[in-house]
Write a protein that binds this ligand. Structure first.
Ligand code: NAD
Length: 278
């Protein structure tokens, strides 16, 4: 499954729609400290914004700026008219309360979709709300390849708030039967082997081996693991590619889709802002 190709299509569509707005959408990206991986992610987001006709507002705070300074910046951005989406690059350095930071973002600008209100709306299926970017990217890929989820057994490995849990919920909304596995699951292979659609979001290279996958299954690899100077997923790609009906590569699968969905959410934030009569 080619995430790069689909992400490009999404960006083209977003660009067309941003051009129809009275003003370009604005995305504020806040980074605290100079974590090298975060620097790369933030730079990628800036490039994506440029491609989509979105203005990116970068805010780099020193690692020791402190929680109060960060919260004050978010309050200011919540009120700033040309900023439609706000994103805080995670993880935050030690000493910050990420939960309090996320809850400080106005739900109307919550393009990462991590706010409790956004999550609550997602779980209740009572939108319109933003959808978390990674699971939304996975669903977009499954749709693109016309994989019907109704009645299928989907096994999600990982139960984080940003991937596993919302992923399970979104699959339920597509009428799948969902199993969510995690670090305390006993006999993981006995669960994964039942999956028509297997989604791994753990962060352990080589976790999903060929004996854990039913022949013909759809395999989605969310994991990102740096091994030396290479990036691997959670899934043992080469052997499983031979037996799976569909599989996402790492890199080039879910990663670009996550970024594309952020652009889509930022467009939606701006569209909603102008719809409210601003
Ligand atoms: P996390 O650390 O918050 O959660 C990991 C989950 O895996 C936990 O629920 C844990 O219980 C479970 N787990 C740990 N060991 C396990 C095991 N042996 N068997 C079964 N479950 C196990 O991580 P996260 O933020 O959800 O991210 C997961 C992975 O996905 C990471 O590699 C991350 O880099 C990657 N990620 C990728 C994208 C993308 O766009 N491709 C986006 C977000 C996260």
């Amino acid at each position: 499954m080619d995430g790069n190709a689909l992400a490009k299509q999404v960006r083209i569509s977003v660009k067309k729609q941003t051009a129809l707005l009275p003003q370009p959408p604005g995305l504020a990206v806040i980074q605290v400290g100079d974590n090298p991986a975060s620097m790369v992610y933030v730079a990628n987001k800036r490039r994506d914004c440029e491609k989509c006709g979105i203005i990116s507002h970068a805010h780099l705070l020193a690692e020791d700026a402190g929680q109060d300074t960060l919260l004050e910046l978010i309050r200011r951005l919540n009120a700033q008219a040309d900023v439609h989406g706000i994103l805080v690059q995670l993880p935050l350095p030690k000493g910050y309360n990420a939960d309090a930071v996320i809850q400080a973002i106005s739900p109307e600008k919550d393009v990462d979709a991590f706010h409790a209100l956004t999550m609550g709306k997602l779980y209740l299926n009572c939108g319109p709300a933003f959808e978390p970017c990674t699971p939304a990217g996975v669903i977009a890929l499954l749709d693109r390849y016309e994989i019907d989820l109704r009645g299928k057994h989907c096994v999600v490995v990982g139960r984080s708030n940003i991937v596993g849990k919302p992923m399970g919920t979104m699959l339920l909304h597509r009428h799948a039967t969902v199993t969510i596995c995690h670090g305390s699951t006993v006999d993981l292979p006995s669960h994964t082997r039942q999956a028509d659609v297997l989604i791994s979001a753990v962060g352990k290279a080589g976790l999903i081996t060929t004996d854990m996958v039913k022949p013909g299954a759809v395999v989605i690899d969310v994991g990102i693991n740096r091994v030396g100077d290479k990036i691997h997923g959670d899934v043992d790609f080469e052997p499983i590619e031979k037996t799976a009906s569909f599989i996402t590569p790492v890199p080039g699968g879910v990663g670009p889709m996550t970024r594309a969905m952020l652009m889509k959410n930022t467009l939606k934030a701006a569209q909603d802002y102008f719809m409210r009569g601003n």
